[in-house]
Design a protein around this ligand. Structure first.
Ligand code: MG
Length: 448
C-alpha cells in the first residue's frame, strides 16, 4: 500500500488515521530499522497522544526502544535526532497545517532529515507483510526526556547574532497558531530580549484561534495588531512550526516568496556569495535578488526534502519554499520555523524595518490556478503540453516554459487529480493571458 505523500502519512483521526494503522506503521518502521532507539514527539492535536501510543506499541513489539520528547516543534525533534549519536531516527506525530481533525506520521532519518522516498517505500512494503514480533524479553522500552525544546532554542540562538538582536530592543507580535511551538518560540523571544505580544500561544489541538495554515486570511488578527501597535514585525508558525511567515511593521502580510528573498539576500551578502536553492515554482524575485547580491541561484523539483538534498549535495548556503519553509544548512537540513524567525529578527536589528527592505525588491505579477484532471490522464496531458509549448522548455518538475519576460509552470499534483498552472511576468495582462492559454490546452488534452 502507498501511504506516504509529500509530507508523510496523513488522514482524519479515527477514520483512515486510526490506532490499527498506527500500530502497523510502528511495526513496519521497527522491521525496517536494525535497532533503536527512536525519538518520538507530537503536536498538540486531540488525537496526537492516541496515535503516539499506538505507534509506540508497534515499535516496541518489534524490539525498538523509544525516547519520548513530548510536545515540541517538528524541527526540534529533527535537531534532537541529528545531535544524538546512537538515536537511529525519529517519528513526528503531526498533520502540520491541516484542519484539527487530521493527523499524520512523519519519519525522520538518523541524520535528522526526512525519510527518503526509498526509506518510505521500505516501510510501505513492510506494512503489507505479516511482521514478526520479538519475544517477551526483547520488547522495547519507553523513556521520557525533558528539555529537548530548550536545547533546540539555544541552538537556534547560537546561529544568529543574538547580541545585535538584544541591543535593538525589538517589539514583535507572535502567533503560534495554538500549535507545537507555544512553549519554544516565546522562550526564544525571551532569551533574545525581544518584547513579544503573544497571540494564540496556548497549546490547544482544537485550534480555537484560527486554522493552522499561516495564510493571510487566517492571520487577520496578527495583521491587525502588528499594524496598530509599534511592533517592528508580526510572525506566525504553522501547526508544527517547521514554517514561519511574517507581517511587516505597517501590517502588510508578506507572501512567502518575499521572506524567502529577504533572507536569501541577507545570507548571500553576509557570506560573500554562495548557492541558493528553491523549487521551480518560486517567484523570480528570489532569483533576481540572489544574483544581484553576487550569489548563484538554482531551481529544484518541488518539495522541501528535495531542496534540502540539493543543498546538501552541492553546498548550498540557503534554500526554501514560498510557503514559509526555510532551510539553514549550518543548523540542519530541514525546514525550521524558529530559525526563520530568529534570522528575520537579526535582519531587522541590522538593516531596519521590513517595509523599507522589501520596497527595493523587483516584483512580478503572478497567478496560480488549478484544472481538475483524472490521475490516469496526467501523463498524456503533460506529454502533449511539452510537445506544443513554445519557448524555453525545461522538465525538472512538470513543464516550465521560460520567456524573456516571465515563465509558466504546468505541473500535475502528486496527491490530487489536478494540474496546477503557475504564471508570472512583469505585466499583469500577459500573466493572465499565458495562464489562460495553458489552461485551455490542458482542458483540450484532457478531453482527448
Ligand atoms: Mg508544517
Amino acid at each position: 500500500m502507498r501511504m506516504f505523500g509529500t509530507n508523510g502519512i496523513r488522514g482524519i483521526a479515527n477514520a483512515d488515521m486510526n490506532p490499527e494503522l498506527a500500530i502497523q506503521v510502528g511495526k513496519a518502521i521497527g522491521s525496517v530499522l536494525d535497532n533503536g532507539p527512536l525519538a518520538i514527539a507530537t503536536d498538540p492535536r486531540t488525537s496526537s497522544q492516541m496515535i503516539k501510543y499506538a505507534i509506540c506499541s508497534g515499535l516496541m513489539a518489534t524490539g525498538i526502544d523509544i525516547i519520548d520528547l513530548g510536545v515540541i516543534p517538528t524541527p526540534a525533534l529533527q535537531y534532537y535526532v541529528k545531535t544524538h549519536t546512537g538515536v537511529r531516527g525519529g517519528v513526528m506525530i503531526t498533520a502540520s497545517h491541516n484542519p484539527p481533525e487530521y493527523n499524520g506520521i512523519k519519519c525522520i532519518a538518523e541524520d535528522g532529515t526526512e525519510f527518503t522516498k526509498e526509506q518510505e517505500s521500505m516501510v510501505e512494503d513492510a506494512y503489507d507483510t505479516d511482521i514478526q514480533c520479538v519475544q517477551w524479553d526483547c520488547i522495547g522500552q519507553i523513556v521520557s526526556v525533558d528539555g529537548a525544546g530548550e536545547t533546540y532554542v539555544d541552538a537556534v540562538i547560537s546561529r544568529v547574532d543574538a547580541e545585535s538582536i538584544r541591543k535593538a530592543k525589538l517589539k514583535v507580535v507572535l502567533d503560534c497558531s495554538n500549535g507545537a511551538a507555544c512553549e519554544t518560540t516565546p522562550l526564544m523571544m525571551k532569551k533574545l530580549g525581544v518584547d513579544a505580544v503573544l497571540l494564540n500561544c496556548m497549546m490547544d489541538g482544537t485550534f480555537p484561534g484560527h486554522e493552522s495554515e499561516p495564510t493571510e486570511s487566517n492571520l487577520s488578527e496578527l495583521i491587525e495588531v502588528t499594524g496598530r501597535t509599534d511592533a517592528v514585525v508580526g510572525m506566525a508558525h504553522d501547526g508544527d512550526a517547521d514554517r514561519c511567515v511574517f507581517v511587516s511593521n505597517t501590517g502588510r502580510y508578506l507572501p512567502g516568496d518575499l521572506s524567502l528573498a529577504l533572507i536569501a539576500q541577507h545570507r548571500v551578502v553576509t557570506n560573500g556569495g554562495g548557492k541558493v536553492y528553491a523549487p521551480v515554482s518560486t517567484s523570480s524575485t528570489v532569483k533576481d535578488v540572489v544574483e544581484s547580491s553576487g550569489g548563484e541561484f538554482h531551481y529544484t523539483a518541488v518539495g522541501s526534502p528535495i531542496v534540502a538534498r540539493a543543498m546538501m549535495e552541492n553546498g548550498g548556503i540557503f534554500g526554501g519554499e514560498d510557503n514559509g519553509g526555510l532551510i539553514f544548512p549550518e543548523h540542519q537540513y530541514c525546514r525550521d520555523g524558529a530559525m526563520g524567525m530568529a534570522t528575520i529578527l537579526e535582519i531587522i536589528a541590522k538593516e531596519g524595518p521590513l517595509d523599507d527592505l522589501i520596497s527595493k525588491m523587483p516584483r512580478y505579477h503572478s497567478l496560480k490556478l488549478t484544472v481538475r484532471c483524472p490521475n490516469e490522464r496526467k501523463e498524456l496531458v503533460a506529454k502533449r503540453i511539452a510537445e506544443v509549448a513554445e519557448g524555453n522548455v525545461t522538465t525538472l518538475d512538470g513543464i516550465r516554459i521560460d520567456y524573456d519576460d516571465g515563465w509558466v509552470l504546468i505541473r500535475a499534483s502528486g496527491t490530487e487529480p489536478k494540474f496546477r498552472i503557475y504564471s508570472e511576468s512583469s505585466d499583469e495582462g500577459l500573466t493572465k493571458e499565458r495562464s489562460e492559454h495553458y489552461r485551455g490546452l490542458v482542458e483540450k488534452f484532457i478531453e482527448g
